[in-house]
Design a binder for this molecule. Structure first.
Ligand code: ADP
Ligand code: MG
Ligand code: MG
Length: 250
């Protein structure tokens, strides 16, 4: 599904990613861990196509296509979802109306007609029931006064509705409490299938107690310095990151 080869990227003169290689297949959950400032968020932004980052070398192949030249919204339409892509507060626009628009824009980009209102309603019911989201929540104004947990609930609901092929969840928020962690984990676990893939980015091992990854990668100074199974996350929790630096000699 996703193949990243020798990816170098950064901003202006600053190089941040220094040769990333990563392959993600359908049905897999990958966790990317690493200390603050190692480039985790940059990697997710570069995959999603955020404009502020320049790719200087390497390639990102998504479903056999080099996506380098595609804009962020074109990548989203192809099925790449990045959490917190829409963090804006929009008073007067509900969680539901926002997602309806997003879905219809995606359909339009594919040359499809708008989803009939009846089908949309059915989809909203199905997904909100699956995720145990209160109907009242769906009529709240987007992000307005949302708690950490509610922001996560909204994100996971967007993910459920858009049914991305590749979901990238960048858990940047240091204020992630247990409630929010559970919402994210529950959503990922319910939505994962053999046809989609998930990349979870975190520096908290805790999240991985709830989402069990197939692979764990450790990012250090813009490179993946170690990859392993979920056991690697436990090792990191026990021993921190320093032993990896020593082991790989960085
Ligand atoms: P992480 O998510 O692992 O904490 P980031 O990807 O946010 O790391 O950042 C990696 C490094 O790149 C940091 O030194 C950060 O300051 C820098 N960086 C990231 N984005 C930008 C940007 N837009 N402009 C300047 N420096 C940036
Ligand atoms: Mg980050
Ligand atoms: Mg670009």
């Amino acid at each position: 599904m996703l193949k990243i080869e020798n990816l170098h990227a950064g901003v202006e003169d600053k190089s941040i990613l220094k040769g990333i290689n990563l392959e993600v297949k359908a049905g897999e959950v990958h966790a990317i861990m690493g200390p603050n400032g190692s480039g985790k968020s940059t990697l997710s932004s570069v995959i999603a196509g955020k404009e502020e980052y320049e790719v200087s070398e390497g390639s990102i192949i998504f479903e056999g296509e080099d996506i380098e030249e595609l804009e962020a919204d074109e990548r989203a339409h192809k099925g790449i979802f990045l959490s917190f892509q829409y963090p804006v507060e929009i008073p007067g626009v509900s969680v539901t109306n926002f997602i309806k628009t997003a879905i219809n824009e995606t359909r339009k980009a594919k040359g499809l007609e708008e989803m009939p209102a009846k089908d949309m309603l059915k989809l909203i019911r199905e997904k909100s029931d699956l995720l145990e989201i209160d109907r009242k929540f769906l009529s709240r104004s987007l992000n307005e006064g949302f708690s950490g947990g509610e922001k996560k609930r909204n994100e996971i609901f967007q993910m459920a509705m858009l049914e991305p092929k590749l979901a990238i969840l960048d858990e940047t928020d240091s204020g992630l409490d247990i409630d929010a962690l559970r919402i994210v984990a529950n959503g990922v676990n319910k939505l994962k299938s053999k046809n989609n893939a998930v990349i979870v980015i975190t520096h908290y091992q805790r999240l991985l107690d709830y989402i069990v990854p197939d692979y764990v990668h450790v990012l250090h100074d813009g490179k993946i310095v170690k990859s392993g199974s979920k056991e690697l996350a436990h090792e990191l929790e026990e021993k921190g990151y320093d032993w990896i630096k020593e082991e790989v000699g960085v």
